[in-house]
Ligand binder design. Sequence first.
Ligand code: NAP
Length: 495
Amino acid sequence: MNGEPDLLIGGTWRHASDGGTRDIINPADGSVAAVVDEASPDDARAAVAAARACFDDGSWRATPAGERAALLHRVADLLQRDKESLSRLETRDTGKTLAESRIDIDDVTSVFRYYAHLIGAESDRLVDVGAPAVVSRVVREPIGVCVLIAPWNYPLLQMSWKVAPALAAGCTMVCKPSEVTPLSTIAFTHLLQEAGVPASVVNLVQGSGAALGQALTDNPDVDFISFTGGLATGRTIARTAAEHVTKVALELGGKNPHIVFADIGSDGWDSAVDHVLTGVFLHSGQVCSAGTRLIVEQSIADEFVADLAARAEKIRIGDGMDPASETGPLVSADHRDKVENYVALGVSEGATLVTGGARPSDPALADGYFYLPTIFDHCERTMRIVQEETFGPILTVERFTTESEAIGLGNDTQYGLAAGVRTSDSARGERVVRQLRHGTVWLNDFGYYTAAAEWGGFGRSGNGRELGPTGLAEYQELKHIWHNTAPAPAGWFKG
Ligand code: NAP
């Protein structure tokens, strides 16, 4: 970063082999926040080769689970020691508020602690095969060399969901953060070294996915690819990996419904408005599980949308470093273009623009990539703004009159990452929650998760799961060991 080498390959920090660098832009004002090395495809291949040699050498995967757990705890301690500087890097890079970045670093810490406990408690599974002389057990072994690819909206958080279980399992790895937001991952990789991660266990190459993707994913030396990002990229990676039958886990996009029943009444009204607002406009909507699709009962819809719009207009937008800001900018000029195109599309599709639909007029924000919280009412399920992931501060509103209609709308998506339901009727809540085809469903809440519970999507939101015990199992192979303690002839062939 800023002249220091940023690629970690085979235990050595290096500049890019072709001298490539990239300006990292602060989305709050368009300034250059840092200049980092940008890996070449040769660097990516070298990183995979280093991870392969390290895994095949066997010493890391043979490290006792207790030692790996202790290492994960040391990483967690260092994350807390450096929480403030890591949070500042994350805010400068992504634009999110410092308050959000601090929560991210706490969450990253708890992911490391969770997997430290889990790996420390893991044991083999004994199987009774019905033969007294046979000891049969199923053991877990590391899957091997992992390529870990993360997106720009939660750079360190998403990377930690991969690195922590991969280290816990005894894998070696190549990490590739988004080219747009590599800063926190570079700093974090230094922390991993400081914590004592052996050379070549973790390798880091940042750079353009389009340029590095092939070298990382079309590679017979890779055993597992864990990818978080968009549907189109996920498809490309899955196709490429199929050539080598490489296992792939995909955490993709979402178009997440938030269903509000009229029975919330006056007691549940304010919290429903507040959670719908936060669910869609936090981090300017750049959240895979953002509740971008409000599905509200017809009888309360007008009043509910009016209250939402009034609250949306009061959201304080600004530089994430400013404690007064409640939400920051979009991550880049290109991304704001994409969001603006979706707003134009919504208008042309006939949705009613209730609020937003423009950049803020405040001249102090003119150099950043800010965009106003935007609400479209009277949307139809067939509209592209209702069906496609806009990944910006855009809420669409659809109305329903019956419970089954609400469920039908909530499931009418190619995705299936997350959903919210708000009702004061607990029997209805349970009925609806169980019928929604989404990986996480919040009942009378929105947006929360824990390291101990699986995260992932139904449908085209991906396959596999991160977090929880399954998030560790993704990085493990199962081996059945059949041990006959009193060997005797099989006796099948008589001659
Ligand atoms: P993206 O464009 O798909 O990129 C994700 C990562 O893949 C980046 O590191 C990117 O590198 C890299 N990449 C791009 N092309 C590649 C290729 N051909 N081969 C290998 N890697 C490649 O997604 P994004 O715009 O960064 O992130 C937003 C998306 O992530 C949204 O769809 C969001 O819903 C999803 N997301 C999902 C979850 C979840 O838990 N399901 C969580 C967070 C985000 P470059 O950036 O350097 O091009």
